[in-house]
Design a protein around this ligand. Structure first.
Ligand code: NAD
Ligand code: TYD
Length: 350
């Protein structure tokens, strides 16, 4: 029986990964270590919270004594490390938390794994989840491949790049069995409404302005979150130790085009006159250091592990809109209180 630690399991992607593993692998004991920051929400895990192979541990990966104590206590065989501060705009407003959680937290987990595994690495694995943002910003052409040189440009991406380097250093120096993946922008249910798609859905629903940074020409490569969870499952079980896999949707959209499509979908779902939601589009001051374009070449994971994105983007967006419109309470819990302070600080009172 395998004991697996998943960090950040109460967040957006982590909750999909936990739900998948708990249901699909009843022989595994799945431990979710999460600090429950503003982004962590146990409501995301309602579906599996009563399962006997699921265990929640509340705690902070920055606390090294605590991290080493839980590794000693539970003797995990595998780690899937997702816990992070994940929002670029927050990293611009206040970078320090990103350095602590994303870098120091990762080092604490690596040290704890190394200590309990004590060079007996057979059947052990430390899987570090990262982002395509570590590669920097592309011009109008080209794709990120696994060997693209790192060129992070926000405090968020720099902290993730730093953690990636340290994970690889533990592989080379100590032979710690690691695997990494760098994924493009995810979307889908349970994403915190500070990120573009759920923020826009929430604003459109309430007939609030949709803030588009700069001219809306920046390009992201969008992937449905379940496709990412599927890739994580494959890499955890079949990935080659020491390797990195890029994961992407082969699905590039300029922000403004994406938002226009979302507005059309929302008009239809909310029975609004066509064009009503698009009137909410408001161009605002650009993000500082805003990366122009991210795009992933995912041929390695496609060729070696047989993975591919499953969902057409328009269908994925419709599914996502349906989910958010059907989970009003979930959204209302998150968008009261502290969220308003953040929103006003980031966007000004609108
Ligand atoms: P998220 O912000 O939704 O969730 C992060 C989770 O980590 C939360 O539950 C939070 O409570 C927890 N956490 C934060 N600090 C912690 C700490 N010090 N100790 C313990 N737990 C802590 O993030 P997400 O979007 O689900 O991203 C998960 C991972 O995937 C991150 O490592 C991120 O860099 C990476 N990633 C995200 C995307 C994306 O589009 N969202 C794309 C590629 C990679
Ligand atoms: P985001 O969802 O924050 O993801 P990331 O910055 O990690 O790619 O942003 C996606 C794109 O949308 C990015 O180019 C910034 C832009 N954006 C806006 O134009 N307005 C917003 O209010 C937000 C949150 C993002």
């Amino acid at each position: 029986m395998k004991k697996i630690l998943i960090t950040g399991g109460a967040g957006f992607i982590g909750s999909h990964v936990i739900t998948r593993f708990v249901k699909k692998y009843p022989d595994y004991q799945v431990f979710n270590l999460d600090k429950l920051t503003y982004a962590g929400n146990l409501e995301n895990l309602k579906d599996i919270e009563g399962h006997s192979n699921y265990h929640f541990i509340k705690g902070d990966i920055v606390d090294d004594a605590f991290v080493s104590q839980i590794f000693e206590q539970y003797q995990f065989d595998g780690v899937i490390h997702l816990a992070a501060e994940s929002h670029v705009d927050r990293s611009i407003l206040s970078p320090n938390e990103f350095i602590f959680t994303n870098i120091v937290g990762t080092v604490n987990l690596l040290n704890a794994a190394r200590k309990i595994w004590d060079d007996a690495f057979k059947e052990k694995l430390f899987y570090h989840i990262s982002t395509d943002e570590v590669y920097g910003s592309l011009g109008e052409t080209g794709l990120f491949i696994e060997t693209t040189a790192y060129d992070p440009r926000s405090p968020y991406s720099a902290s993730k790049a730093s953690s990636d380097h340290i994970v690889r250093a533990y592989f080379h120096t100590y032979k710690l069995p690691v695997v990494l993946s760098n994924c493009s922008n995810n979307y889908g249910p349970f994403q915190f409404p500070e990120k573009l798609i759920p923020l826009a859905i929430n604003n459109i629903k309430h007939m609030k302005q949709i803030p588009i940074y700069g001219k809306g020409e920046n390009v992201r490569d969008w992937l449905y979150v379940e496709d990412h969870a599927n890739a994580i499952d494959l890499i955890f079980h079949q990935g080659i130790t020491g390797e990195t896999y890029n994961i992407g949707g082969n699905n590039e959209w300029q922000n403004i085009e994406l938002i226009r499509m979302l507005c059309e979908i929302m008009d239809a779902k909310l029975d609004r006159e066509p064009g009503t939601s698009a009137e909410l589009i408001t161009f605002v001051k650009d993000r500082a250091g805003h990366d122009l374009r991210y795009a992933i070449d995912s041929s390695k994971i496609q060729d070696q592990l047989g993975w591919s994105p499953s969902l057409d983007f328009k269908l994925g967006l419709e599914k996502t809109v349906d989910w958010y419109l059907g989970h009003e309470q979930w959204m209302d819990h998150l968008t009261s209180g502290e969220y308003l302070n953040y929103y006003n600080k980031q966007y000004g009172k609108r």
